[in-house]
Design a protein around this ligand. Sequence first.
Ligand code: BGC
Ligand code: BGC
Length: 860
Amino acid sequence: MKAVSGRTRSAHVIRIASLPLAAAGALALLSLSACKNDSAAVSADKTQSPWPEVSWPLAQDPALEKRVTDLLAQMSVEEKVGQLVQGDIASITPEDVRKYRLGSILAGGNSDPDGRYDASPAEWLALADAFYEASMDTSGGGKAIPIIFGIDAVHGQSNIVGATLFPHNIGLGATRNPELMRRIGQITAVETRTTGMEWAFAPTVAVPQDDRWGRTYEGYSESPDVVASFAGAVVEGLQGKVGDPDFLDSSRVIVSVKHFLGDGGTTDGKDQGDTRISEAELARIHGAGYPPAVAAGAQSVMASFNSFNGEKMHGNRALLTDVLKGRMQFGGFIVGDWNGHGQITGCSNEDCPATINAGLDMAMAPDSWKGFYESTLAAVKAGTIPMERLDDAVARILRVKFRLGLFEAGKPSARALGGKFELLGAPEHRAVARQAVRESLVLLKNQGGVLPLDPRKTILVAGDGANDVGKQSGGWTLNWQGTGTKRSDYPNADTIFEGIQQQAQAAGGKAVLAVDGKYTQKPDVAVVVFGEDPYAEFQGDIAHLLYKPGNDSDLELIKRLKADGIPVVAVFISGRPLWVNREINASDAFVAAWLPGSEGAGIADVLLRKADGSVAHDFKGKLSFSWPRTANQYRNNVGQEGYDPLFAFDYGLTYADNGDLAPLPEESGVSGEQAASGVYFQRGEPAPGLSLSLQAGDGQPEKVTSVPAALDGGTLTVRGVDHQAQEDARRFVWSGAGNASAVVATDTAIDLSRESNGDVMLVMTLKADALPEGDIWLGVGCGENCAARVPLRDALAALPRGQWSRVGVPLKCFAAAGADVAKLDRLWRLETAAAADISLSRLALGAQNEADHIVQCPVK
Ligand code: BGC
Ligand code: BGC
């Protein structure tokens, strides 16, 4: 048997379609006055500055300043440096805080008490207490300075089981209702306080310009006007209104307006990429949310991962210090993003005086806090960081802690709302979220007025989004990616089906759930709920706006129901507008539902009439993002030249409108074969642009173009094997007669440096039928003479023999083992000289909870 073909080159390229950058032109760099004092101006000629002047709403408070100065005077330099550092609860203990006197902790998206995403609210509160108490413990001689605890309460207190989950910002943008934002902010603050945190990493005021960006849904709108109209209201909702008695009281939290600046403007919509535009455009589009947020007294701003014309924002003194603290008079503190400082040229996660000198006041150093603390201390002692800069940063942080009353507040559980868990998902909170869902729905088509539906009829509710709170809630829900959760994780929620069922039943009708759309009794109408599965950050970056490339199952479901003569209402769940012309054509009505969150019942409120036939709630939502005409129209925003969307910004039908729509063209404009980003091997095949090869020793890899195939001499063979479908996996058998590897590789190297910052893993769905007698390695390659590998035998030995499991290897293990993760060309190399029998069904990037077994990086 010898079916391994020669080296056929594959022309497809996945994922990183790096187009030439638009000529950047002569980019006016901000002219800087080296400013020591943070109210210094940015540019000599104020009349020319694109940055608005803002006035900080909090008047100088001599009593507050005295407290700050007095405390500062008593603090050691070690204590001062400690205030500048924020560690993540997955990598820091209360003991560490007691010793190092850090100023803050955070819970990252995947960080939970005991590492359980479904930890109880009481466990969260106990954790907050433990850290608070450590910070106040002076037995070791330090000053008592209360720690401040931040969390991504980005659509409600969304990391906590039972919390009210509001629609993600993209849906809120469609409501155009700033007063509603205020209420949502207030409720989020209250629910956050019950579990002990005083700080929400929200609101995101990004103005996403390229819908391929994985964080599009975190933005309210592509329009800076919409974002600006919301920013002040959300800040006031979360913090309270300056001057009101409840401003920053124990029912409120501080905000982090994020991400400063230009996060939504990166080339190709690449997360953490480079925003290459003029300063004027940066200010006008991406800066729009900051003046109203600062004017509302925002207590913190988060620096962004992205660069501005090649310079990482964490090191951009002109923007952080001169514009934000200077011209906009921002009087809070600037916090960094997750090891964002480590991306500055010349910095590492553990060492970066440049970020502090640029104006960052607190570094988010999740797992790097100890190194960052030590190097910052050394830099202060060496004078690399001037004492004045250190004192200014500490003073800014202390002011916020005093304003919040933290010094007098007692431990989190002893505060007004601490432990009042009945407020998590309280009925009056959920009612507001449900209103937000109703107002966020955008009706794109209503052929023949099929909507609103008669609730007394029989309604089939189909599609994989019909009965799935996780799917309807998107990323940043209980865990970072929002994946892998189950119905019981959401005690205070309704699925979309449950909402329809309750209201149909109450009216004397009937709703039937059938995810696959199969029925025994023919329904009067079908509601098909489908769309994107949850994702967060760069894991959601895509190459074009084609919905589910290569998988037409939802379209087929709609068509099947239509062929049976059943009218179909499509409810589309997504974190961005996508090219779905075929699905729109196939359905009678089409509703963009975005990521509604816990209140799926808000959808029935609008789709169904009341029992008496009257309309209960009309559609109110208006597109806050333009809907694309083709899958290539990802950067087509209101107000731009050549603006030509399918459905324009502000579009949204009501029941008073004629909802008929002529058939739309079904040419997407892209070839359907581009791989879903981050999936390297599935259904037995490498993703387009990738190849599977067999390699003898260090010889040339030989591409497998059909199976079965084998290396000469049979040291390694591959054949098709079944996992969930016929031959949807590949079985590799090593004879033990020599070293051989199975390799998944790409012709165009890919950059996984972002993915390696954090806990993203290479997840293999595999089955080990026979373990090798000797060593087996999993490696990656990064060009000539660049490779790294980690031992896999112990991990494989721990798996249940002969069963499929998902094994995750953190990308940072490869980086630690010496791989250059910025230019990977061999993404998976399974190598052994011993006899072994291992099958692979899928290879993809994934989060911790997408793996059953996690390989520990070998300690060096
Ligand atoms: C994100 C921030 C978030 C932080 C903490 C970062 O990766 O960019 O938006 O607040 O993590 O989870
Ligand atoms: C954390 C997120 C963070 C991300 C950055 C994850 O491990 O849970 O909060 O935003 O890493 O890469």
